[in-house]
Design a protein around this ligand. Structure first.
Ligand SMILES: Cc1cc2nc3c(=O)[nH]c(=O)nc-3n(C[C@H](O)[C@H](O)[C@H](O)COP(=O)(O)O)c2cc1C
Length: 193
């Protein structure tokens, strides 16, 4: 009765599939909602998962970042075609600790660290030259020193309230099991497909 354990077991299976068939099982759709109720969705990468929830990293001033500040709720969706599995996660969103974000940022390639500084994610960009010029400037600025984490770049954790596992079945007899968290305890029920 532990959907996080179940997620991890399926995630391990997905990671064992060869990359030609499943290029990146950490890719997940992240849906957010604006203050006036309009949804938006994009792909981000799952960077860690444990009993507390599902963590991704982003620019906090991006569209998704601002939406999550205004409405700290999100939905995630994984589709691992070779396993015929869809997993949906819904919950409240909270910041990861600064220490956790620093540790993850430090583990990234220097080019990605510079990229986080160079990109005002989701703002209007005049040309690709402008972006390349930003990168070149920042390369000089941080030459010979470690690149610190930008103050507007961090992780967010989706604390699951609801996790649904969908397994494809023959003749559309798909199996759907939804886990719901109430006061720390999970319950499970099945849904018609
Ligand atoms: C495979 C893939 C992985 C991505 N991973 C991330 C990610 O981990 N974090 C992120 O901020 N954007 C990631 N992106 C870019 C987002 O999809 C999106 O374009 C960007 O974050 C801006 O979204 P927003 O304007 O809704 O904030 C990824 C895109 C793709 C296609």
């Amino acid at each position: 009765m532990d959907p996080i354990e179940e997620f991890r077991a399926l995630f391990a299976q997905a990671q064992a599939v060869d990359r030609a068939r499943l290029p990146d099982p950490t890719a997940m759709s992240l849906a957010t909602v604006s203050a006036d109720g309009a949804p938006s969705v994009r792909i981000v990468l799952l960077k860690s998962v444990d009993e507390r929830g599902f963590v991704f990293y982003t620019n906090l001033l991006s569209r998704k970042g601002r939406e999550l500040t205004a409405v700290p709720k999100a939905a995630l969706c994984f589709y691992w075609a070779p396993l015929d599995v869809q997993i949906r996660v819904e919950g409240d969103v909270e910041p990861v600790s600064d220490a956790e974000a620093d540790a993850y940022f430090a583990s990234r390639a220097r080019e990605s660290q510079i990229g986080a500084w160079a990109s005002a994610q989701s703002q209007t960009l005049a040309s690709m030259e402008q972006l390349r010029a930003n990168v070149a400037d920042l390369d000089k600025r941080f030459e010979g020193q470690p690149v610190p984490r930008p103050p507007y770049w961090s992780g967010r954790r989706v604390r699951p309230r609801r996790i649904e596992f969908w397994h494809a079945g023959a003749f559309r007899l798909h199996e759907r099991r939804v886990f719901e968290c109430d006061g720390g305890a999970w319950s499970m029920r099945r849904l018609f497909p």
